[in-house]
Design a protein around this ligand. Sequence first.
Ligand code: GTP
Ligand code: MG
Length: 291
Amino acid sequence: MNNYQWYPGHMTKAMRMMQENISLVDMIIELTDARIPMSGRNPDIDKLGKNKSRLILLNKSDLADPSVNKAWVEYFTSQGALVMEMNSKQQNQVKQVLDLVTESCKEKIEKDRKKGIVNRPIRAMVAGIPNVGKSTFINRISGKAAAKTGNKPGVTKGKQWIMLGKNLQLLDTPGVLWPKFEDETVGLNLALIGSMNDENLDKGELAASLIGLLEKWYPDTISEKYGVTEEQKLLYEREQYETPASSILTGIAENRKLIKQGAKPDIDRAAMLILDDFRNGRLGRISLERP
Ligand SMILES: Nc1nc2c(ncn2[C@@H]2O[C@H](COP(=O)(O)OP(=O)(O)OP(=O)(O)O)[C@@H](O)[C@H]2O)c(=O)[nH]1
Ligand SMILES: [Mg+2]
């Protein structure tokens, strides 16, 4: 059984770089994925920022269930955190973010003012798990394509300061996971949203877990998207498939004409398809975790 643990050497290096730079910043802007807000928070980043102001952004909120997003905002707010839903692909949230950044640093700004220092720029470290959208967020806030982005984990390799006028400086950092997950669900969730390198993962197993979650929380999704019928779903009972998920994957392969040698349904390609569709929002707005 795969426990989805993945902590390559470059993350140790990135974490060290962040520790070396933490004294330079006033705050951490911590991005987590709105589809898995809890599993997507790195406890090492939490520790790193324990004496710093913090803003939590539920990024990719456009891919998550709107009502669950609201519940998470309430949850984190009740824990005393500054938090907001974020869609870094859209223009219209920049002012709201800047206001929250100022709010989270207001004590610092006040202290500076008393010392006669005015308009010292706020410095923020932007941190979070791989592929959560840190660089995209920075580009959105700064209004320029300053940081490299891409739809796979491990795009940002080192640190990069990005200046926003005179008032704000953002430090882009590489995505980091942590050496040991509290439980297997955390690793599974991170793998499902694409925060881990897929090469190391069993896609069939991953897709089966996704199907289980979809059938529980969004039971119409698979039939609506892939036309999988009740009869196809029940194939496993008749033909002794291992699990209901494998009969659903068979149904997807049949309906999408994913066929391999010997005219057999190609389960592996069906697994890739549903994972890819989920990650890119093509199954609708789906949350894998609830407060
Ligand atoms: N739908 C959606 N996609 C987003 C959002 N933010 C970022 N993305 C996409 O997520 C992918 C990863 O974005 P990056 O900004 O490279 O992520 P990162 O956190 O910098 O990744 P690493 O540097 O690899 O750790 C890209 O394909 C972005 O277009 C968002 O709010 N909504
Ligand atoms: Mg990046």
